[in-house]
Design a protein around this ligand. Structure first.
Ligand code: NAD
Length: 335
């Protein structure tokens, strides 16, 4: 890397207004900060223009920082500082070739995201969204229906965790509190969690066949694209629930629609979608056995602030000539 020290007057483009605490840190360091203030992401042509002239880019997962954008970057661009743990929107290989740091925000969102994954699991099992609609739309006619809105039990059931990393591990701890049997599949074994929680390592097919709840926590990569497809949905129990708070394209939505419609599985809970925002014409939205959210698993006041502050700290470290604490592409240091 070239000499990065001295952050004064460095030009920074921020693709969305950050929480106040993060903006204050940026302002206190006398950067030349330009913020895209609209609610919607900046168009690609704006990002392309900006990367030609700025030294640092703070972005969200909604911005596609692909080969075209990175190749447009001028020599002066030192880092892409993502406000999220997942960074599948960034072409890291191309950034690395150009000597540009890529950073993310791991850890600070783990518990908040796991809280939400477990909330979605429980809401799906106990049909909370349907129950809410039932009361609000006047469909609640019988005072107490013995067979009304029946759901699935959670206590003591088997949870299958695909990707037992930070968030998957935090979900496993919550599952332990619900007396659940924990099985997991990952490309690495996590023997510490096996000992701590009695989690059992199994292959993906066994996980799908044995679990009452399947929850997905892998990053989106070529190897995880449509990991849950028609063939694998057919392996799941008819009474099972599938929960996704990772990234939408990990599940083949067309196959999921068939699985829910034809009742190969009992229900699903989705926070993330193949296209975001999902189209109102998405057939999944016509089904009652799916509980949905607009990609909000890490959305607590405190956590979103921590994520933004972490991205700013990575940026400051870069311009102070230090290695940013959450550097994703460590190979860039060899350049
Ligand atoms: P992590 O790196 O700690 O965990 C990911 C785990 O997946 C690792 O244990 C890894 O070995 C495993 N894995 C990778 N490829 C795999 C494969 N092909 N098969 C099985 N396992 C595989 O990451 P994390 O901090 O737990 O975050 C996980 C993902 O959650 C992020 O990449 C992000 O996409 C998503 N996320 C979503 C939200 C949201 O708002 N919905 C919030 C935070 C994170």
């Amino acid at each position: 890397m070239k000499n990065l020290s001295g952050y004064n007057r460095k030009k920074i483009f921020v693709t969305r207004k950050l929480p106040e605490a993060a903006m204050k840190i940026l302002e206190s360091k006398a950067f030349d900060v330009n913020v895209w203030t609209k609610e919607t992401p900046p168009p690609k042509k704006v990002i392309i223009e900006k990367v030609k002239n700025v030294n640092g880019l703070i972005c969200l997962l909604t911005e596609k920082i692909d080969e075209e954008v990175i190749n447009a970057a001028g020599e002066q661009l030192r880092g892409i500082f993502q406000v999220a743990v997942g960074y599948d929107n960034i072409n890291v290989d191309v950034a690395t070739k150009k000597g540009i740091y890529v950073t993310n925000t791991p850890g600070v969102l783990t518990e908040t995201t796991a809280d939400f994954a477990f909330t979605l699991l429980m809401a799906t099992a106990r049909r909370i969204a349907e129950a809410d609609r039932c009361v609000k739309t006047g469909k609640w006619k019988i005072p107490w229906g013995l067979m009304m809105l029946l759901g699935q039990d959670i206590w003591g059931k088997t949870i299958g965790i695909i990707g037992l990393g930070r968030i998957g591990g935090a979900v496993a701890r919550r599952a332990k509190g619900m007396n659940m049997k924990i099985v997991y599949y990952d490309v690495y074994r996590n023997e510490n969690l096996e000992k701590e929680l009695g989690a059992k390592y199994v292959d993906l097919e066994t996980l799908l066949r044995e679990s009452d709840f399947v929850t997905v926590h892998v990053p989106l990569m070529p190897s995880t694209y449509h990991l849950i497809n028609e063939e694998r949905l057919k392996m799941m129990k008819k009474t099972s629930c599938l929960i996704n708070t990772s990234r939408g394209p990990v599940i083949d939505e067309k196959a999921l629609y068939k699985a829910l419609k034809e009742e190969w599985i009992w229900a699903a809970g989705l926070d993330v979608w193949e296209n975001e925002p999902t189209d109102l014409n998405n057939p999944l939205l016509t089904l009652d056995n799916i509980t949905v959210a607009p990609h909000i698993a890490s959305a607590s006041y405190a956590t979103r602030t921590k994520m933004a502050v972490m991205a700013v700290e990575n940026l400051i470290a870069t311009f102070e000539g230090r290695i940013p604490p959450n550097l994703v592409n460590k190979e860039v240091l060899k350049k």
